[in-house]
Design a protein around this ligand. Structure first.
Ligand code: GSH
Length: 276
C-alpha cells in the first residue's frame, strides 16, 4: 500500500506519489514518520518548534511500503529523515532531534554544559522507566498477575517522582524544563510520558500521577507542553492510540475503567489527523 502523504506546506502541491520508490522532496527535507509513534513525535516536535520546513511522508507501519527498508531505513523504523543537500538518511529519534536542533534551531539547545547534562539526565530517567505497554498487557485476574501489575505501577510512579525532581533542578517554576522556553529535553520526553499518563487513565480509569503538591511541578510541565500547537499537531488523540493498543493485543481495558474514566478524565486530546 502506498504511504499517505500529507502536505504540510502549500508548495508541495506538485508532488506525485510513487508506489515503486521512496519519495524525497527536492525543495525541503523529507520526514518519514507515523502519527502514532512517540519516537517519531520527538523529531516532529523538534521540526515544528524549530520552525524547520519539511515534507512529511506518513508510513503505514502495519503495511510498510517495500521500498522503506531498502531505500530509507534498513532498521525498518520511523522516524527517518533526509536533509536537503544530503543523500544520507538520518535515523534514531533522540539523535535525529539533536541534529535538527544543532543545525536549524540552536535556541532549542540548553545553553550550558550543566543544563545539557540535566537535559540528558531527564531523558535518561524517562527512558529507564518501564514502557506503559508492559503494564497494560499484564493479566491481573490472578494474585500473581495483580502483584506484578502493582509492582510495575510502583516502578512507573517512582520514575515519575525522579523525573519531577530533575524538572525542579532545571527550573523550580517552569513551566518548561528550563523555565519559560521550550528546549530539546522537553520535546524528547513528552511523547512517551503522554502515552504513559493518558493510556494509564484510559485503561485503568484512574490517575497514575496524583494531583498532589508533590507532583505539581510535573503537572505544570505536562499541561504546558500538551497545550502547545506543536503537540496537538503531532498527536493522534488518546482514543486512536488506545484503539491501536487493543487491536494489537498490547493491553485491555480493566473492568469498570470506562465508568471511572468518564468521571475522572476531562477529555481526551482532539485528533490532529484523521488517519493514525
Ligand atoms: N529507537 C528508535 C525506535 C523507533 C521505533 O521503535 N519506531 C517504531 C514505531 S513507534 C517503528 O517504526 N516500528 C516499526 C517496526 O518495528 O516494524 C528511535 O528512537 O527512533
Amino acid at each position: 500500500m502506498a504511504p499517505t502523504v500529507d502536505y504540510t506546506a502549500t508548495s508541495d502541491s506538485a508532488f506525485t506519489n510513487s508506489l515503486e520508490h521512496a519519495y524525497f522532496s527536492s525543495d525541503k527535507p523529507t520526514f518519514f514518520t507515523n502519527i502514532g509513534c512517540p519516537f517519531a513525535q520527538r523529531a516532529n516536535l523538534t521540526l515544528l518548534e524549530g520552525n524547520i520546513p519539511f515534507h512529511r511522508v506518513e508510513i503505514d507501519l502495519q503495511n510498510k511500503p517495500k521500498w522503506y527498508n531498502s531505500e530509507v531505513n534498513p532498521r525498518s523504523k520511523v522516524p527517518a529523515f533526509r536533509d536537503l543537500g544530503d543523500e544520507e538518511i538520518l535515523i534514531e529519534s533522540a539523535i535525529l532531534s539533536e541534529y535538527l536542533a544543532e543545525k536549524y534551531a540552536t535556541s532549542l539547545i540548553p545553553a550550558t554544559p550543566k543544563l545539557r547534562y540535566l537535559g540528558r539526565l531527564l531523558a535518561d530517567v524517562q527512558s529507564s522507566a518501564p514502557p506503559i505497554y508492559q503494564l497494560l498487557k499484564i493479566k491481573s485476574d490472578t494474585p500473581e498477575g495483580l502483584a506484578e501489575e502493582n509492582a510495575v505501577k510502583a516502578k512507573l510512579l517512582a520514575s515519575i517522582k525522579e523525573f519531577t525532581a530533575v524538572l525542579a533542578q532545571g527550573s523550580v517554576e517552569g513551566p518548561f524544563f528550563l523555565g519559560k522556553n521550550v528546549t530539546l529535553p522537553d520535546l524528547i520526553t513528552i511523547p512517551i510520558l503522554t502515552r504513559t499518563v493518558w493510556l494509564y487513565e484510559y485503561f485503568f480509569g484512574d490517575k497514575l500521577v496524583p494531583d498532589t503538591p508533590e507532583f505539581a511541578r510535573f503537572w505544570t510541565w505536562f499541561n504546558a507542553l500538551t497545550e502547545r500547537p506543536s503537540f496537538k499537531q503531532s498527536f493522534p488523540g488518546v482514543e486512536k492510540l488506545a484503539e491501536g493498543v487493543i487491536k494489537r493485543g498490547f493491553g485491555y481495558v480493566r473492568p469498570g475503567a470506562e465508568k471511572k474514566r468518564q468521571a475522572a478524565v476531562p477529555q481526551a486530546q482532539p485528533a490532529a489527523f484523521a488517519a493514525a
